[in-house]
Design a protein around this ligand. Structure first.
Ligand code: S3P
Length: 447
């Protein structure tokens, strides 16, 4: 298991307006998948703008441990040499995924569908996260769980069957990670694997599999859901993958611009996949001035430059059905809501309890520590906004959660008193350039 270095507190202080243009790193979801599909492809895959955050670097290490090659050719430029579906080697050591839920869960589907034994492990955050949701469908596909930590957690060891059984599976929670683990396992099983989701979640696995040559069909299911059918054992050629800028990372400088008086910030080339843009929709409903220009397409995804300008925000009600399209953005939305006039009610946040931390409890605690009135009602979060600068002055416990650290540093840039996060180290898992990027916009931090 990863040993965690001593915590590194960071403080953000209010200061001058934020101004300028930024390019945030490549999308985390697509970066993990680029390496994984590269490993399962025949021949070479070239990846441009890969997110070189710690989570993704763990996935690259897992690719190597399973017999593939992942070579860094330059900043964000990688070459993956695949082993092809069915070609994985047994790893000599446990696969240590650090903080990475996505990398570990997707790789359970990949390794579990090969007749090899593989052990998965991670840091204290990953060790606390539920893995039964991945193991249940994999067991139905013939995977043997040789050992697991109490409650279905890592460290756990899987042994794949001689031939993986294709299944039809309805996901028990709206989770792209569960869907993707089953589809990736289905790649190495004969016949059709079907995943049904009651609420559509991010569809990067489906899009990237189709791009790499898999036969995959996506149909509507019910009011908000999808039925995805994949024919197993295709020959994949991922070819060239250009990773667009991560909307979940762009959220931080954009919300900062909305709440720091006098600010205007443009995030360039942000991916606008409709299953990822719930935050932007919500911010607009709150009255935010968010302007999209230069819409274009890269690698099958629509992107645009998104400009945010400071202005007043109003509290809104965020429907539960929108949660899958902004699941990682609630910490930063809660910060925006703290500055809005009136109450924001975010409905249906049960899944937030099983992220890198219990984000529902941790966001509420962080807001309260900084003088914001907040309530949890069932699975809903209510933030009573101040309609201006929040008091600040508190220290936030981040529980090894990068998005909590970033969200509360953004709060500190607009609060009356500095805000301290107890540990900024985890920011490197998804947004290693966060502090210097904000400093270029005019932000002040004390590490
Ligand atoms: C992800 C899916 C989401 C998200 C995570 C990335 C993915 O998790 O929170 O950061 O790349 O598939 P769930 O699928 O568990 O909701």
């Amino acid at each position: 298991m990863t040993s965690h270095t001593p915590p590194r507190p960071v403080s953000a202080a209010p200061g001058t307006p934020l101004r300028g243009r930024v390019t945030v790193p490549g999308d985390k979801s697509i970066s993990h998948r680029a390496l994984i599909l590269g490993c399962l492809s025949i021949g070479e895959t070239r990846v441009e703008n890969l997110l070189e955050g710690e989570d993704v670097i763990r996935t690259a290490a897992a690719v190597r441990a399973l017999g593939g090659r992942a070579d860094r050719l330059g900043p964000g430029r990688w070459r993956v040499t695949g082993v092809g579906i069915g070609g994985l080697a047994e790893p000599a050591e446990p696969l240590d995924f650090g903080n990475a839920g996505t990398g570990s869960r997707l790789m359970m589907g990949v390794a579990g569908s090969h007749p090899i034994t593989a052990t998965f492990d991670g840091d204290a955050s990953l060790r606390s996260r539920p893995m039964r949701r991945i193991l249940d469908p994999l067991v139905r596909m013939g995977v043997e769980v040789i050992s697991e930590a109490e409650g279905g957690r890592v460290p756990l060891t899987l042994r794949g069957p001689a031939e993986t059984i294709p299944i039809t599976y309805e996901t028990p929670a709206p989770s792209a990670q569960i869907k993707s683990a089953v589809l990736l396992a289905g790649l190495n099983s004969p016949g059709l694997t079907t995943v049904i989701e009651r609420e559509a979640t991010r569809d990067h696995t489906e899009r990237m599999l189709a791009h790499a040559g898999a036969e995959i069909r996506v149909e509507p299911e019910g009011q908000h859901g999808r039925r995805i059918t994949l024919r197993g054992q295709p020959v994949l050629r991922a070819g060239e993958i250009v990773v667009p800028a991560d909307p979940s990372s762009a959220a931080f400088p954009l919300v900062a611009a909305l709440i720091v008086p006098g600010s205007r910030v443009t995030a360039e080339g942000v991916m606008l996949n409709p299953l990822r843009t719930g935050l932007f929709q919500t911010l607009r409903e709150m009255g935010a001035e968010l302007r999209e220009t230069n819409r274009r397409d890269i690698g099958g995804e629509e992107i645009a430059d998104v400009e945010a300008t400071f202005g007043p925000l109003e509290g809104v009600e965020v429907p539960a059905a929108r949660a899958p399209t902004m699941i990682d953005e609630y910490p930063i939305l809660a910060v925006a809501a703290a500055f809005a006039r009136g109450t924001t009610r975010m409905r249906g946040l049960a899944e937030l309890r099983v992220k890198e931390s219990d984000r529902l409890a941790a966001v509420a605690a962080g807001l309260a520590a900084n003088g914001v009135r907040v309530q949890i009602e069932g699975d809903d979060l209510l933030v009573h906004g101040t309609g201006g600068a929040v008091p600040g002055g508190g220290t936030v416990a981040t529980h090894l959660d990068h998005r909590l650290a970033m969200a509360f540093l953004v709060m500190g840039l607009a609060a009356r008193e500095p805000v301290t996060v107890d540990d900024g180290a985890m920011i490197a898992t998804s947004f290693p350039s966060f502090l210097p990027l904000f400093e270029r916009l005019g932000a002040r931090f004390r590490a």
